[in-house]
Design a protein around this ligand. Structure first.
Ligand SMILES: NC(=O)CC[C@H](N)C(=O)O
Length: 387
């Protein structure tokens, strides 16, 4: 008797040869995965064992080639419910052992097909553990993936030259490339209690949804929004989103955030938004060696002492003192959250006005929901302002 397997077999598991070339000259040979061709970006690794659709469609991954440390990827195929934006943003995708069959009641297609449909060049069948250890030791670096005509007959030195000709992530100003061009409104679910102006620097879809669930009507504004645009929606609170690129380049959003802080409007920032708050307060930002990406990062909320397991995707961090309250142009500020793996700043809080931010992802898409309380904290700030 034969057993039938639900789902579609990937047609491409015997795909063409492909090669991954790191800027320091190390190479890995594998097979084409997704689209055939060439692609470039910053090589980074994610330790998430689930949630690949959310990872692929997170705009913060723009211009990054994501290496999955989980060895087996694609098992649940692709559905239309889980994406965090309207397209895949990763510049390239690296997996060890793609699922040959996808099986899930929500799946409408395989991951391989979806990558190909969206023109995302990937590579499979390489030793992702060795690659991850290399990136951990040498740091995130530029990379190219080549398959098909992009590789056949091309000299290795020529491929390396192409990789080295690519722009670095340090100094990259990318928010405007991924953010909405037009303002749109995410309505409150149930009774509307508050209006929030959310500056889109690369926002994930789950973020306004988490606010809408709490009775917030969210006006999502382009990355280039001015303080006038923000106050035109008469917001009870202002939000600055996650986003790709180097926060050191985000002078525009930093100036806009300072205008919001001047007016003492309740303010919340996530990830890039945390880095912008850091800069608005006068702290610096710096590039981490290889960053935090995954859904299992331990963070301590120093205001309560509680430890939460959280979703991360950041390559830069705020340089603020952990052991003292800082005086800033907007009053006293402190580091509210810290990563327990490496003591990196994971949150900031003002003590004299209603403003705070975190470096990680309380919207949890994908990821554990331990940090959902932060959206409630934002609501409390707006309630207190109204009282
Ligand atoms: N997810 C994010 O907002 C990332 C912020 C910034 N681009 C970084 O890599 O640190």
């Amino acid at each position: 008797m034969t057993t039938s397997i639900q789902g579609a077999a990937s047609p491409r598991h015997q795909a063409a040869p492909a090669v991954l070339v790191l800027e320091d000259g190390r190479t890995f040979s594998g097979r084409a995965y997704g689209a055939v061709g060439e692609t470039f970006g910053e090589a980074v690794f994610s330790t998430g064992m689930t949630g690949y659709q959310e990872t692929l469609t997170d705009p913060s991954y723009h211009r990054q080639v994501v290496v999955m440390t989980a060895p087996h990827v694609g098992n649940t195929g692709v559905n239309d419910d889980d994406p965090e934006s309207g397209r895949i943003w990763v510049a390239g995708y690296v997996v060890r052992d793609p699922a040959r069959v996808s099986s899930n009641w929500r799946a409408t297609r395989t991951l391989d097909e979806e990558l190909e449909r969206q023109g995302v060049v990937g590579i499979s069948g390489i030793d992702t553990r060795a690659l991850t250890r290399h990136l951990r030791e040498r740091g995130a670096m530029r990379v190219g993936i080549f398959s098909g005509d992009a590789w056949t007959g091309v000299r290795a030195e020529a491929l390396l030259d192409k990789v080295k000709a690519q722009p670095q992530m340090k100094g990259a100003n990318l928010s405007a490339e991924v953010a909405t061009k037009e303002t749109y409104v995410v309505p409150a679910i149930g009774t509307k209690k508050f209006t929030v102006a959310a500056v889109d620097l690369g926002i994930k879809g789950m973020t306004p949804h988490r606010m809408a669930e709490r009775g917030i009507e969210v006006h999502v504004l382009p990355a280039t929004a001015t303080a006038e645009d923000i106050y035109a929606v008469e917001p009870d609170g202002v939000f600055f989103s996650n986003g790709p690129g180097d926060p050191a380049t985000a002078d525009g959003p930093v100036a806009v955030m300072r205008a919001v802080l001047e007016r003492r409007t309740p303010l919340f920032g996530i990830c890039f938004g945390n880095q912008i708050l850091g800069r608005a307060l006068g702290f610096g930002t710096y590039k981490l060696k290889y960053g935090h990406r995954g859904i299992n990062q331990p963070v301590q909320d120093r205001t309560t002492g509680k430890v939460e397991v959280t979703a991360h995707n950041h390559g830069f961090a705020v340089d603020a003192p952990l052991d003292k309250v800082s005086d800033t142009p907007f009053g006293r500020a402190e580091v509210s959250h810290v990563c327990l793996n490496d003591q990196v700043v994971e949150g900031l809080q003002l003590l004299d006005q209603p403003a705070f931010s975190v470096q990680y992802h309380p919207e949890a898409a994908a990821g554990p929901h331990d940090a959902a309380y932060l959206f409630d904290r934002f609501v409390s700030l707006m309630e207190a302002e109204r009282a």
